[in-house]
Design a protein around this ligand. Structure first.
Ligand code: AMP
Ligand code: MG
Length: 325
């Protein structure tokens, strides 16, 4: 039985499980993670098995501070330090050459490791109390919608002996920005709430954004291409103009409508992009549980400010893949 536990008791139990090579789901500000001791290959293999995740899709290593990051990377570069000071704890993952102490299973046998310090008090308390780095891919079956409340994790892994630390509804709501610092030019591999413009500003120079979908060789892991974040109910992304033709069997996920035009289920989304990102996976879970035969997702609002545009681009990437057939 998967079980949700709150407070210090949960942290203590979580630490015990991690030391024993077990798994514990923990909240971060992005989504709920499936945690295991990052330096214990057998424990990390359990994460891959439980998620059904392809073994060549590397994991992010979660640390409590820059010092702990220094234990898994070859060199903590000036850029890494600058960005960690600007954005950690927070939704920015940094990819750097790894040290041999990191098991191959974590990195997909590649030469680099992805590290991030999550901005959630429960995640930080767990990592600090454990005293070492923890892997934390999203706590969902591979390819399915990411979890943003503890109940999503419990329901997905109901039959498993798994504890889920309660941290409420994740604040950012979509996965971290992933930035590769292992090459000449810093390169965004996955879009997130922290936009490339803010990373550029902080480093004081231009960076690149990899277009994984157009250049799969740039993806460096299957986690960055193809279908992902998918409800089981077929979903499509539609423009606001098409909403009035929605049949009642289509569940609508919309920020512009107040009622379903044919009397079906409508899940209303916030109009501000931060609120939209926080709400989207929860809305997709809810849509998937309802009796509709399809899910129609209205294109998110198009803001004009740079932070809003960055979130909109990250959302489009998630929604494109959630509706990919
Ligand atoms: P998830 O844990 O499901 O949010 O996925 C983490 C994502 O981070 C993976 O799909 C990869 O795209 C990316 N990632 C993790 N480690 C690396 C790495 N060493 N190099 C490049 N990308 C990575
Ligand atoms: Mg994931």
């Amino acid at each position: 039985m998967a079980e949700i536990i709150s407070g210090p008791e949960g942290i203590a139990l979580g630490v015990q499980r991690l030391h024993a090579g077990g798994l514990v789901s923990f909240p971060t500000e992005t989504v709920y993670g499936l945690g295991a001791d990052a330096l214990d290959a057998a424990a990390v293999e359990r994460v891959f098995r439980l998620k059904g995740r392809p073994s060549n899709n590397p994991l992010i290593v979660h640390v409590s501070d820059e010092g702990m990051a220094g234990r898994v990377v070859e060199t903590w570069s000036d850029d890494a330090s600058t960005l960690a000071k600007a954005f950690w704890p927070g939704p920015l993952t940094l990819v750097l050459p790894r040290l041999p102490i990191v098991p191959d299973v974590v990195t997909g046998s590649g030469p680099t490791v992805a590290v991030r310090c999550p901005g959630h008090p429960v995640a930080l308390a767990l990592i600090e109390a454990f005293g070492g780095p923890i892997v934390g891919p999203s706590a969902n079956p591979s390819g399915y919608i990411s979890p943003t409340i503890p109940e999503h994790v419990r329901d997905a892994f109901d039959g498993e002996d798994l504890i889920v630390l309660d941290g409420g509804h994740c604040r950012a709501g979509i996965e971290s920005t992933v930035l590769d610092l292992s090459g000449e030019t810093p390169t965004v591999l996955r879009l997130g709430v922290i936009g490339a413009h803010r990373i550029s500003e902080s480093l004081g120079r231009e960076i690149r954004v990899a277009e994984a979908q157009h250049a799969p060789e740039e993806a460096r892991s299957p986690g960055l291409i193809g279908a992902h974040y998918q409800p089981r109910t077929p979903a499509r992304l539609i423009s606001g103009n098409d909403l009035p033709s929605a049949p009642s069997s289509a569940v609508l996920v919309s920020w512009s409508l107040e009622t379903h035009p044919s009397g079906g289920v409508l899940i209303r989304m916030p109009e501000d992009l931060g609120g939209y990102a926080q709400a989207i996976y929860r809305a997709l879970h809810e849509a998937d549980r309802s009796a509709g035969s399809t899910i129609w997702i209205e294109h998110p609002p198009e803001p004009s400010d740079p932070d809003g545009r960055a979130i909109a681009a990250a959302l489009h990437e998630r929604l494109r893949r959630a509706t990919h057939s």
